[in-house]
Design a protein around this ligand. Structure first.
Ligand code: 3EB
Length: 365
């Protein structure tokens, strides 16, 4: 019997192969392109037809080619636009993204810092779209430059948090408990870029017993707590899928291992292991494992890449799919942040197949 094709598949590929994929993206045996993101420095001019593909300005490890993460689905897909959002949807999933130019905001219309106002407007349009189409937010990726820089008497990450939370409140959404998974990283340039995955099915959020929920962080980290869950769990076409938020060396609410990138990496992975255990407890038929997840690793200092990679290989003890990028993490004392997802198909080929069979880590960036 042929295995049922996975409703969602993540492919990581060099940007040079993207144009062919976009052309063939309308279907084929491996399913159509839902959307995705490409990472390069500077950002690539993407000829993406009507596909929602984000071109993110992010530094890659030395000598690595521009890299794209592309989500596929075998369902009939339809593209659309809602305000600044480009999206593509099937019956089960929707992927959307937008790139907003901070400089093009014009004269401020109120006292809010422009990034805060822009973030609030962006999330409001996303919620409008999802509400109109009947989708539940599953996972957000947030990228903007100078995330740790202070302007308008506030760190830009904190401005972002206020804008994001205000959009949740404006749409009558809870800002604690069942909130989507997310990450927020500093890009090397460009504007505010947001990508997201949403599902028709209900999404269950997962917290990490080792960490205070981010939405309950005390005010020392900013006037508004970040609105995200440690992970989102969803069952799509009979398969449990897990989207783990950006995960850092935080226990309780405090950063651990200042200045020690190896120990921070191990702490990230302990946290991811705890989230995986929690997800398996909440979805008893799921069997999420560290060695079958797809990882994305953001390292603050490129010279720490080798160390982070070594610690991951040692901790996971098997080849894994991991994209490495240089990015600023949202607390100045965090040196590394790791996100992951599982339960969907990974790579080209059939559901469950992994990319290559490389020794140690399959470092695809
Ligand atoms: C942390 O645990 C590290 O603001 O959306 C991780 C994931 C982090 C998501 C976000 C921030 C966000 O607080 C930072």
């Amino acid at each position: 019997m042929m295995p049922a094709e996975a409703i969602l598949r993540l492919e990581v590929l060099p940007a040079s192969r993207l144009s062919r994929l976009a052309r063939d993206g309308q279907g084929g045996a491996l399913g159509g392109v839902l959307g995705g993101a490409c990472f390069s420095h500077p950002a690539l001019p993407l000829d993406s037809a009507d596909l929602p593909l984000l071109a993110v300005d992010m530094v890659l490890p030395p000598g690595k080619e521009a890299i794209c993460e592309v989500w596929h689905s075998p369902e009939p897909l339809e593209s659309g636009q809602h305000g600044p959002i480009r999206y593509r949807q099937g019956e089960t999933v929707l992927f959307g993204c937008m790139s907003l130019d901070e400089a093009a905001g014009g004269a401020p219309v109120d006292a809010r810092p422009p990034l805060q106002a822009m973030t609030e407007a962006a999330y409001q349009s996303i919620f409008e779209l999802l509400e109109a189409r009947g989708y539940h937010a599953l996972r957000f990726w947030n990228y903007f430059p100078a995330i740790n820089r202070e302007s308008h008497h506030k760190e830009r990450y904190r401005q972002f948090n206020i804008g994001r939370q205000d959009a949740f409140l404006a749409h009558g959404r809870s800002v604690i408990g069942n909130v989507p998974a997310a990450c927020a990283l500093g890009s090397a340039g460009g504007g505010l870029q947001i990508a997201f995955l949403a599902a028709r099915a209900n999404v269950i959020s997962v917290e990490n017993p080792r960490q205070v929920s981010a939405y309950h962080y005390p005010s020392q980290y900013g006037p508004r707590s970040p609105t995200f869950a440690r992970a989102g769990l969803v069952n799509l076409a009979g398969r449990d899928m897990l989207f783990i938020s950006g995960t850092a060396s935080i226990v309780g609410h405090q950063t651990l291992h200042h200045g020690d990138v190896a120990a921070q990496t191990r702490e990230c992975l302990q946290n991811i292991a705890a989230i995986v255990a929690e997800a398996n407890r909440q979805a008893p038929s799921a069997d999420f494992r560290l060695d079958t997840l797809a990882y994305k690793v953001y390292v603050r200092h490129p010279e720490n890449l080798v160390t982070v990679c070594r610690e991951m290989a040692q901790f996971i003890g098997a080849p894994v799919v991991a994209v490495f990028l240089q990015a600023d993490v949202c607390r100045a004392d965090l040196l590394v942040e790791i996100e992951a997802s599982g339960g969907h198909a990974i790579g080209p080929g059939q559901a469950g197949a992994s990319i290559g069979n490389m020794p140690c880590l399959a470092i695809v960036a």
